[in-house]
Design a protein around this ligand. Structure first.
Ligand SMILES: Cc1cc2nc3c(=O)[nH]c(=O)nc-3n(C[C@H](O)[C@H](O)[C@H](O)COP(=O)(O)O)c2cc1C
Ligand code: SF4
Length: 808
């Protein structure tokens, strides 16, 4: 009876419930349907996702607008295959702060490496395994280097004398400026399986942009690269950092005392999965540094004894490195803004929380899916919560501020720094030419008298760390332009004024010839090749234009790492790319490029050079370093020449700069080839090119600069005679449009000029191969103990004296 009455009332009751709760009911139904749909979607996608190729670089690929007017026809540059620099050529307003434009969302699919994954601790078997202590340091003005060397010495003695000595290998010391980051800071060094590594890291701090900024940026990038495990250094036994700071200028941590050492310590904690073996040490260089350093070293040694005796880093003690301890170091990751760009030390970070949430959802759907790749759609970021840190837009720093040790070191070496990123230096050949003692090879080959030539660079920073570089490992490095940008007019005025000032200072120097002195007061040539990478400067085209307008010829040398800039460069009088090696491995060792896709960039630059060879004189600059890039590389260089078909190939023995930094880079006088060795190399290269039916011949030499010139004989020979010199006046007339060039398109319309349009005089007899290349009108001065003993002797050596160039 009751049931019948209930059934009778049910429809009415349901109707009331529906009217009262229809909104929540509808929402529940939609949620359930979405969940079911998502489950089906994730299951169906999983197999396809696992086949998704890993993107080749963490740098976002983008199209670069190449300036078509400067690109010859048939350009094959495929920008889509490159990770091009964020070249802001036309966007950067000089001296204005750089603000990175927020990019649109992108969808990235890959395997999420859970932050919660516990890194696998290396098992140290004290019976069989060995500990390899590695001491890393970085130093701009030498303090840290001195302490690091002393510390390494004490550690070496200790590892020999301690009770656990059988467990230790001799400590190694490395200058961070001269290592490949990838060899040590993406994964532990690759050695025998029973060798386990422990890192000591000694660092100063600088509140200006230095090489340290780049190191920090690299650690951050490694951590934030989603293709790399978040703790890729968990295979280390442990690490500890010691910072050198100055309490006089930076009294407290809040005010920046040891700020960069503290940052490195944090990054290392993340990268190692918290293997901090001993707390961060900090010392004030003006007071307690020695005591603090000693305390810290003894503490780290104690930790090493624990490790050597098989007890690991200890458990759960804050600072012990136990993964279970405080997760303070993750906080920044979680809160970080995933889209903002914060040079120099912070980079876009992963939206950890969002990723975790998506992964959690995946796990809800399939409890066994923790190993399965999950599609990560970075477009689904949550709006920033009020609690998340809002980071101020960083103001760019000066590349070489006057307060920096780099500034001090460069000015000490004779550079004048213009603005904050350009430099000019009077070359020793300029001084030599002023005194009538001979010009450099550029005179023998191309007709550039050294006293009319200025050496300058608009960017003291570079994206390489070449072993033979004169920059002594202290100049800022970087893959993108991130500094205060000076206007081209300021640079032009600054470098020319400084050059003239330096010439004037030569007035009273004995032997300076009056006529050369007065000629030198009108700069006619500029070699943009001093140090750093000139095309890094965002306004390089405007600067070149100012030079051409002033009828100053331009020889621009670039490092073949910036294809977009190279492609969009206006034509120069002579365009060089440095070819420091013939293959990828060798290039990596000698140039130590910062770009991970350095080889692709290098090859793209060769293709650009090939395409631009009909609009300007193109040159390969080979710098030979014995033991690095000479032996058995002739064939490889042949391949590169065949690829780019440059008008010229200059082959030059390396110049030894004789600093301790060069030694750190593994370079000694033994790496400097004798002129005979350079000549033998060039002969072999010429034969190699001939065997490929490439029409190159040895055009000229300058034994005094240890330099030989190969040239394309179909283009730079006239009436069977070498014509490697340049008609500079003609170049300006072509540039100014006063005379018409002979480069035509398919219909025969003139579209520009060709290098052949400004070929100058024949190469002088004395400069030809076999004649030494020394202008007989100049006075030859031999270095003590070098040249021939008498006139007859001099004639017999014919300029082929045994020469190894040393900076004097
Ligand atoms: C331009 C400049 C900036 C500096 N910035 C800091 C800083 O931010 N925090 C700090 O603790 N020390 C700072 N210092 C002090 C250096 O870290 C300290 O002198 C250190 O010993 C230098 O080591 P190095 O000679 O190995 O390069 C700065 C020094 C200079 C010259
Ligand atoms: S490319 Fe030039 S400036 Fe850059 S590191 Fe090499 S030698 Fe030095």
């Amino acid at each position: 009876m009751a049931l019948a009455s209930f059934l009778e009332k049910l429809p009415a009751e349901l109707l009331i419930i529906w009217h009262t709760h229809r909104v929540p009911i509808l929402l529940l139904a939609i949620s359930l349907a979405t969940l079911v749909h998502l489950t089906i979607y994730l299951r169906s996608k999983r197999t396809r996702i696992s086949a998704t190729p890993t993107p080749s670089s963490p740098v976002e690929k983008k199209d670069v607008e190449l300036r078509p007017e400067w690109l010859p026809e048939n350009t094959t540059l495929n920008v889509a295959t490159l990770n091009l620099d964020e070249h802001a050529e036309d966007d950067i307003v000089p001296t204005a702060p750089m603000v990175k434009v927020k990019k649109g969302p992108k969808t990235v699919k890959g395997k999420k490496l859970s932050k919660k994954t516990q890194p696998v601790a290396p098992v140290f078997n004290h019976q069989t395994d060995k500990i390899q202590p590695l001491l890393f340091f970085q130093s701009l003005s030498g303090t840290t280097e001195r302490y690091a060397s002393a510390c390494a010495k004490v550690l070496t003695e200790w590892t020999i004398g301690c009770d656990q000595s059988s467990s230790f290998l001799p400590p190694q010391i490395h200058d961070i400026s001269y290592i490949e980051y990838d060899d040590y800071f993406i994964s532990p060094p690759k050695t025998e399986a029973n060798v386990k590594h422990f890192y000591f890291i000694l660092l100063p701090s600088y509140n200006i942009d230095t090489v340290l900024s780049n190191f920090l940026e690299n650690l951050s990038e490694t951590h934030n690269d989603f293709r790399i495990d978040t703790a890729p250094l968990s295979g280390l036994l442990g690490y500890s950092v010691f910072g050198f700071g100055d309490k006089e200028g930076w009294p407290t941590e809040e005010e920046g005392f040891c700020s960069q050492a503290r940052e490195v310590d944090k990054w290392m904690a993340r990268l190692t999965g918290r293997k901090r073996a001993y707390p961060l040490g900090m010392g004030d260089v003006k007071s307690d540094v020695e005591t603090r350093l000693q305390e810290w070293r003894i503490g780290v040694q104690d930790a090493l004894v624990e490790v050597a005796e098989g007890r690991g880093l200890g458990e759960g003690v804050p600072g012990s490195g136990d993964p279970a301890e405080s997760d303070e170091e993750d906080v920044d990751d979680v809160n970080s803004d995933s889209e903002s760009y914060n040079p120099p030390t912070t980079r876009p970070k992963k939206a950890t929380r969002n990723v975790d949430e998506i992964e959690d959802l995946g796990s809800m759907v399939d409890p066994n899916s923790s190993e399965s790749p999950i599609p990560i759609d970075f477009t689904t970021y949550k709006p920033k919560s009020a609690s998340s840190k809002s980071k101020p837009v960083p103001t760019p720093k000066e590349m070489v501020p006057t307060s920096s040790p780099t500034y001090a070191s460069l000015t000490k070496q004779g550079y004048t720094i213009i603005g904050s990123h350009s430099g000019v230096k009077i070359c020793r050949w300029t001084k030599s030419a002023l005194r009538g003692r001979g010009s450099c090879y550029k005179y023998s080959f191309y007709g550039i008298a050294s006293h009319l030539c200025m050496e300058a660079t608009p960017s003291l920073s570079c994206s390489n760390k070449c072993v033979f570089c004169w920059r002594h490992g202290t100049n800022p490095v970087g893959t993108t332009w991130r500094w205060v940008t000076d206007a081209p007019e300021l640079i032009f005025d600054g470098i020319t004024t400084a050059h003239y000032k330096k010439i004037k200072m030569m007035k009273g120097v004995p032997g300076v010839r009056a006529e050369r002195f007065s000629e030198a007061m009108r700069i006619r040539h500029c070699a943009l090749s001093l140090v750093g990478e000139p095309i890094f400067y965002p306004h390089i085209n405007e600067l070149l234009h100012l030079m051409h307008k002033s009828r100053i010829s331009t020889f621009l040398v670039c490092n073949a790492q910036h294809p977009a800039q190279l492609a969009s460069l206006i034509p120069v009088t002579q365009l060089y790319v440095s070819i420091d090696a013939s293959n990828k491995d060798s290039l990596r060792k000698i140039d130590r490029p910062l770009h991970r896709d350095f080889w692709e960039r290098f090859c793209a630059c060769l293709d650009i050079l090939r395409n631009r060879r009909f609009e300007q004189r193109t040159v390969f600059r080979l710098t030979l370093v014995k033991g690095f890039n000479m032996a058995e590389e002739v064939k490889g260089y042949g391949d590169l020449i065949e690829r780019a078909l440059p008008g010229f190939v200059e082959v030059k023995g390396v110049t030894y700069c004789g600093t301790s930094a060069a030694g750190t880079a593994g370079l000694t006088m033994q790496n400097v080839p004798f002129y005979e060795e350079v000549a033998a190399f060039v002969t072999a290269l010429a034969e190699e090119l001939a065997s490929r039916n490439l029409s190159y011949g040895i055009g000229a030499e300058h034994a005094h600069s240890c330099c030989v010139l190969l040239a394309d004989s179909t283009r730079f020979k006239r009436d069977g005679k070498w014509a490697t010199r340049i008609d500079f006046e003609r170049f300006y007339e072509l540039y100014e449009g006063k005379v018409e060039g002979t480069r035509t398109d398919e219909e025969g319309n003139v579209v520009g000029w060709r290098p052949e349009d400004y070929v100058g005089d024949e190469t002088p007899e004395w400069a030809l191969w076999g004649n030494g290349g020394f202008d007989p009108r100049d006075q030859r001065v031999w270095r003590k103990g070098k040249g021939p003993k008498d006139k007859a002797d001099e004639e017999s050596v014919g300029g082929k004296e045994e020469i190894r160039m040393v900076e004097i």
